[in-house]
Ligand binder design. Structure first.
Ligand SMILES: [Zn+2]
Length: 357
């Protein structure tokens, strides 16, 4: 079995500079769905920075994965802006009452304070606590939701889709306020020395057309991406759930440094279309392989992904195609890490490169 020769922090620093590494970075997409690892409920994780820090540090000690990420989750920013969220005791949060129901409600929207509003202060505290505990060896970053996906919880998805056609000006106004608010969080997190990545599931072409992405999502996302560069001093990554291939040509020069694709998309095509410009990340199926499969299925899928992605010109990160579902067997995540090390270490990849020459 391959043994790491670098710490995750050393590896990610080398990766960001394009220097040699002992193996490719391996990052299972986790978070609130892992809250039961130490016996907590999702509500504990959503609401308590000690629970987040304990859980993330314990997971890190087990997997030694290459990035610990603390996310606002899909609805965190909308909640800070006044949307009501329903938290089941042990399940994923749901939209209860969107803060904007009619055009007049837009006037009520305020500029958020990341140290006061919603659960944002909990997340910032958690990031600090994790860094205090494992910061010398771990790579730690924040994650948040792209502006268009925030809008789905500020308005409700159905209203959002309707307003793209019927109330364009009002929607642009909301998008502007959301982007400013995302920027407030980026500034705060950046001032503390953390990087930032985005998940933007509602921008998927499973839900909207490319033209709509160009009009309502991309310009605002680009503003936030530029703010990450400015305030965090690093390039933002982006994950889009579901279909995204039509958007890739637009993402190339959006300013992102890394694109993480869903498992419904092809890693090979992503390498061909995006690989010369940015890092690609993906895309072991979280449900069919990680949740429903066994360790042999994980092994097969990890090898397939690495053998496609490893020579992507700007670099490759092995990850899951989306968040690992609650209830996934720990042994499958162990296997994900183990086979990531086995198939992704530089000795094997060197041989692989020579064979294919
Ligand atoms: Zn996803």
């Amino acid at each position: 079995m391959f043994k790491d020769e670098m710490t995750p922090k050393e590896r990610m620093e080398a990766f960001s500079k394009g220097e040699e590494m002992d193996r490719i970075p391996v990052v299972p997409d986790m978070g609130v769905t892992m809250s039961d690892y130490l016996g907590y409920k999702t509500w504990d994780y959503y609401s308590n920075s000690d629970v987040i820090a304990d859980t993330e540090v314990a997971l890190f000690k087990r997997f030694y994965h290459d990035s610990i990420s603390v996310s606002t989750t899909l609805r965190g920013m909308a909640e800070a802006m006044g949307t009501e969220i329903w938290y089941p005791e042990d399940g994923i949060s749901q939209l209860k009452e969107p803060v904007v129901k009619k055009v007049e409600d837009i006037e009520k929207l305020k500029i958020i304070n990341p140290l006061k509003d919603g659960k944002l202060p909990v997340l910032i505290e958690a990031l600090e606590k994790i860094r205090d505990q494992v910061g010398d060896v771990a790579s730690i970053g924040a994650a948040m939701t792209g502006p268009f996906s925030v809008a789905a919880s500020v308005l409700g998805t159905e209203t959002l889709l309707r307003w793209m056609v019927k109330k364009k000006d009002a929607l642009h106004k909301i998008m502007d306020i959301i982007t400013i608010n995302n920027g407030e969080y980026i500034k705060e997190v950046g001032s503390r020395g953390f990087g930032m990545g985005f998940a933007d599931p509602v921008s998927s072409t499973t839900l909207i057309r490319k033209k709509q992405f160009e009009e309502f999502s991309l310009p605002y996302l680009k503003r936030n991406i530029a703010e990450v560069k400015k305030y965090c001093g690093s390039s933002a990554g982006l994950h889009i759930c579901g279909d995204s291939k039509d958007l890739w040509p637009l993402l190339k020069d959006s300013g992102i440094g890394n694109f993480s694709l869903d498992n419904c998309e092809s890693l090979l095509e992503a390498k061909e279309i995006l690989g010369n410009d940015i890092v690609i990340t993906g895309n072991v199926p979280p449900v069919d392989v990680m949740y429903l499969g066994n360790t042999e299925d994980v092994k097969k899928s990890v090898k397939e992904c690495i053998d496609i992605g490893y020579d992507s010109p700007c670099g490759y990160v092995l990850s899951t195609g989306c968040q690992i579902p609650k209830g996934t067997k720990m042994e499958n995540i162990d296997a994900f890490m183990e086979y990531g090390r086995e198939f992704g270490n530089y000795k094997r990849l060197k041989e692989l490169k020579n064979e294919t020459k």
